[in-house]
Design a protein around this ligand. Sequence first.
Ligand SMILES: [Zn+2]
Ligand SMILES: [Zn+2]
Length: 256
Amino acid sequence: MTPLPAFTDNYIWLLQHQQQVLAVDPGDGQAVLQWLARDPGLQLDTILVTHHHADHTGGLQALVQATGARVFGPALEKLPVAHSPVADGSTVPWGPLCWQVLDVPGHTAGHVAYWAQPEGQRPVLFCGDTLFSGGCGRLFEGTAAQMLQSLDRLSQLPADTRVCCAHEYTLSNLRFARAVEPENAALAAYEQACRALREQGLPTLPARLGTELEINPFLRSRVPAVRAAVAHVTATTAPTNAQVFAQLREWKNGFQ
Ligand SMILES: [Zn+2]
Ligand SMILES: [Zn+2]
């Protein structure tokens, strides 16, 4: 599994099985074509798209033209090329894998995620801009309640799932996480490990879902320490889970 860097902080995830290649959210077609050119036998045959934003779909036209790859994407969203629509419960077979589609609205209205369990390996999740390491996507088209429900669904996947996020936002997310939970020892250790990776120019991803459950405030909005921190900055009494989540998201939006 390769996170191919694109633009400032995007990753285009690439998966190879024998000579078959699968790409996820190719915002930059040239970057993928260059990667493929390393080995003339490689064949990009499948593209998975999580949502319609240009930094995830900008390379689709060039890649479909150059390779004839089939494109799968959210049933509810329009993409720059024709695509096979997928939604909750859809499956996409590829090589030895069978991708399971989950609806995860919130960042966009039709956002989907793809999860698979490779034989003898840890499961893989492509979650686009829904879940980031230490954070979550902004609410552009959905509500806080929707995003909370989407993150709850992802939280129920096996703890050893490798979370392949679409952006390298980890360190800045962890700065906010630390403001929310200054006493969280797992968070402090994780931040140190991620900083060491970035100092070597390495990605912090994929993240481990079980670790995210311990350190990501957006997966922990029902934890008493997180609720208390949110209550402290907002001075609201007895908010619902969705309200706490919304306030946490607002707090992060204004966080420097
Ligand atoms: Zn996006
Ligand atoms: Zn994005």
